[in-house]
Ligand binder design. Structure first.
Ligand SMILES: [Zn+2]
Length: 335
């Protein structure tokens, strides 16, 4: 399988996150991807450096223009090594063009204190999004069935106009938006956390089905999205499926829910598939809470591959850095 990698990802390295009012070590670190690359070098997978750039028209179809302008204007104003965190968030939805002061805009376009900006962040996030784009482009144009975008930073929490959950641009949505020009697309999010951004980007669309299996949000991040009664709206009514799962979910419990998710994708008649893969469902993940095993990731992937759809796999979370390589290799081998 071709694996698209982005050599500049190390330039984005958030120094800490703010949890319960305190600075705690940031979980989304460059070693995650370096560990995956090291593990992939011992396999038959082909590591390919990023060559393409995600077109602005694709980004503007999934993110608001003002949010994109904010990221491109704000990041270069920061000095080397400086990271800016929001302190106050928008209390009520207001018109985006109302706010001019940089820190007001930062609060408006953020939803947590885990996702700071540096002068490299937008550039690195653009490359991460471009990796997803290149993977989709190759699957469409090179007659290969599947490609893996080794994205960092991850993307599935990035909303149409907000960063959060370590995510700035929605990489999975980039791939889905690209595929949607050619047919019906399903996104399948098997990260431990709910893919709130992907859900909301396509919430009112019937041409992109969004499906997510994740920790019950009443228990885990992102808390305010991911409930079973969120089913889409307008034209997209009925085209979002959330399957919240409980603490300690085992391989066999997960497998049953996965089969349910895939049944919906088949019934929808998807012609393309985008998989948001996070290894934070593993039993030893420091911020997870399920009981999945490394070996199960192969079975999970095999079950997904039975759809026989042109597929892009996008890397999302997974924070047990020492096990991440093995977990990704196990998942990819199922394809
Ligand atoms: Zn996650």
């Amino acid at each position: 399988m071709r694996v698209i990698i982005t050599p500049n990802h190390q330039e984005h390295q958030s120094p800490y996150e703010i949890w319960n009012g305190e600075q705690t070590p940031h979980q989304e670190i460059p070693a995650r991807v370096e560990n995956i690359i090291a593990a992939l070098k011992n396999t038959h997978h082909e590591l390919v450096e990023l060559e393409q750039k995600v077109p602005m028209r694709i980004l503007r179809a999934i993110h608001s223009s003002r949010y994109l302008s904010f990221l491109s204007d704000f990041c270069p104003t920061l000095s080397d090594g400086e990271y800016k965190y929001p302190s106050v968030f928008a209390l009520h939805a207001q018109t985006e063009d109302r706010y001019k002061y940089p820190l007001t805009r930062l609060g408006f376009y953020s939803f947590d204190m885990y996702t700071p900006l540096s002068n490299a962040t937008f550039r690195v996030a653009l490359d991460s999004a471009s990796a997803a784009y290149q993977a989709a482009f190759e699957v469409k144009n090179r007659a290969q069935k599947v490609a893996f975008a080794l994205c960092r930073p991850p993307g599935h929490h990035a909303e149409p106009n907000q960063m959060g959950g370590y995510c700035y641009l929605n990489n999975a949505a980039v791939a889905a938006q690209f595929f949607s020009q050619f047919g019906k697309v399903a996104t399948l999010d098997v990260d431990f956390h709910h893919g709130n951004g992907t859900q909301h980007i396509f919430y009112e669309r019937e041409d992109v089905l969004t499906v997510s299996l994740h920790a019950d949000p009443d228990w885990k991040f992102p808390h305010f999205s991911g409930y079973a009664d969120e089913k889409g709206a307008g034209d997209g009514d009925g085209f979002n499926l959330n399957i919240p799962l409980q603490q300690g979910t085992t391989n066999s419990q997960y497998q049953r829910s996965l089969v349910k998710a895939l049944t919906r994708i088949k019934e929808f008649g998807a012609e393309y598939l985008v998989v948001s893969f996070g290894a934070d469902t593993h039993a030893d993940d420091p911020i997870g809470g399920f009981a999945l095993t490394t070996k199960y990731f192969t079975k999970m992937a095999k079950t997904i591959a039975e759809l026989e759809l042109p597929t892009v796999i996008v890397m999302e979370g997974g924070y047990n850095t020492s096990k991440l390589g093995d977990n990704v290799v196990s998942f990819l081998s199922g394809f």
